[in-house]
Design a protein around this ligand. Structure first.
Ligand code: ACO
Length: 438
């Protein structure tokens, strides 16, 4: 491949690909942070060739103005704002608005959106019967995905987003009701009576109320715990073209509605390689604690090729530096445990593992640092959220990101249905053989 210099930029403005005796030249697109990509959209029609990139590690599926990540420097910004700036007084709903609408809300916009969330916190009574239809053993992520699609059935007028007003109402419904769906899922699988939303409570307080109150015992969340939940949700709110967000965009590209697209996102997030990793961190810590292993021994096992053991919560496909979200959650974890007056032996093990790994050549050479999952599970465990609900909490946090990406794609006049190509490797030109001749 060759490149040609543009007059005004220090980087080449085009790239040329030569195959056989033909050379084609394509524009190089530059993002606002200087990331560059070759626009190969004419490659197949010009040459008959396609690109192959399993796992899409080198493929830009879209141009997006929502989230910026620099994995080498450990930078994560929402609409240009570094996530560290949300730590002072974390407000998940404000961040949700920012991601979806592209700027911080004015006071009027914020009040209006919050009023919409409050008005939409309840679920249609018929949905309670749907919860009852699931066995108590159903995985919470399966219930959540199904219930988000069910929710859409109660608002068919929102399948087609005709204007901004309908979109804002649909976004508010989803963001508000996913919290009630999560709480009802928890109550269903634990055989507990459903607790209705309280319009006087803010977003995270209301979630904790619906999860942990009893009809005869109203639980009021400690403000520090509520702030910790706000921060967990904010830190999970978007991470550009990850697996679940790409799924939402893929489904949405067919003009599927917002509810169906987000239900698909939940399914993608369910996988242990994506949203399920914080569960595995706790399992690892528990295994060390109960199995009489030491942190030193576990680190040695994680370094051995073929041992099948990895230091869970360490390493990231994009971050080759400290995951900025992990740094923020580490201090929150300490604060929450102090506030609740808890001593968690698993936190001591986590601290020791981190200390050992950060000075171990194996982890240094491979740029393996703690990721967001390393501490988020410990915080949720301290708050009383059971392990099987961790990924559901992740989904609540990630929803604004999915909605923002769905909207960005929906508003893009040039958006096309996502339809990747393949290199076919199956049998060539065989013939059908009748059953009695096989
Ligand atoms: N423990 C021990 N060794 C590791 C770890 C780990 N956690 N992660 C990577 N390595 C090693 C690999 O064995 C490999 O070593 P080698 O070069 O000697 O073969 C090298 O580091 C590179 O590993 P890859 O798997 O190629 O790195 P990749 O960037 O593809 O993987 C991943 C990233 C999947 C996150 C990986 O680091 C991992 O499995 N971590 C543990 C699971 C985890 O915490 N996942 C959560 C990710 S964050 C999120 O999804 C929200």
């Amino acid at each position: 491949m060759e490149t040609s210099k543009s007059g005004s930029s220090s980087f080449p403005a085009t790239a040329s690909i030569t195959y056989a005796d033909k050379t084609v030249t394509y524009p190089v697109i530059t993002g606002t942070e200087g990331e560059r990509g070759i626009d190969i959209s004419r490659l197949r029609s010009d040459t008959g060739l396609i690109t192959v990139d399993q796992g899409y590690g080198n493929t830009g599926s879209c141009q997006s103005a929502i989230t910026y990540i620099d994995g080498d420097q450990g930078i994560l910004r929402y609409r240009g704002i570094p996530i560290e700036e949300f730590a002072g007084n974390p407000d998940f709903i404000e961040v949700a608005w920012l991601l979806i609408f592209g700027r911080l809300p004015t006071s009027t916009e914020s009040t209006r959106f919050r009023a919409r969330l409050t008005a939409n916190a309840h679920l249609h009574e018929a949905m309670k019967h749907t919860f009852e239809g699931f066995p108590a053993s159903a995985p919470p992520m399966a219930i959540m995905s199904a219930m988000i699609n069910t929710l859409g059935c109660f608002h068919p007028e929102m399948y087609l987003i005709k204007d901004e007003e309908i979109f804002e109402e649909a976004a508010a419904r989803l963001i508000s009701k996913i919290r009630t769906i999560a709480a009802f899922t928890y109550r269903r699988v634990n055989g507990l009576p459903y607790i209705y939303p309280n319009p006087k409570l803010r977003y995270c307080d209301n979630l904790l109320h619906m999860m942990f109150s009893m009809p005869y015992d109203q639980r009021v969340a400690d403000p520090e715990i509520s702030l910790a939940m706000n921060l967990i949700f904010i830190l999970h709110a978007d991470h550009e073209q990850n697996c679940s967000t790409s799924t939402v965009r893929m489904v949405g590209s067919s003009k599927a509605n917002l509810f169906a697209s987000c239900a698909a996102g939940v399914c993608a997030l369910w996988g242990p390689l994506h949203g399920g990793a914080n569960v595995e961190v706790l399992e690892m810590l528990g295994q060390i604690h109960q199995g009489g292993l030491t942190a030193e021994k576990y680190i040695e096992m994680a370094k051995q090729k073929g041992s099948g053991t990895r230091l869970m919560g360490f390493g990231h496909r994009v971050y080759k530096n400290y995951d900025p979200r992990a740094k923020m959650l580490q201090s929150v974890c300490e604060k929450v445990l102090k506030k609740l007056n808890l001593r968690d032996p698993l936190l001591d093990i986590a601290r020791k593992l981190e200390e050992l790994a950060l000075k171990d050549q194996y982890f240094i050479e491979r740029k393996l640092y703690p990721n967001v999952d390393f501490y988020s599970g410990l915080i949720m465990r301290a708050i009383g959220i059971p392990t099987n609900m961790f990924t559901v909490m992740f989904a609540i946090g990630r929803l604004p990101g999915w909605v923002a990406h769905w909207k960005e794609q929906h508003d893009d006049a040039n958006s096309k249905i996502a339809r990747p190509r393949q290199i076919y490797t199956g049998p060539v030109n065989k013939h059908y053989v009748p059953m009695d001749s096989r």
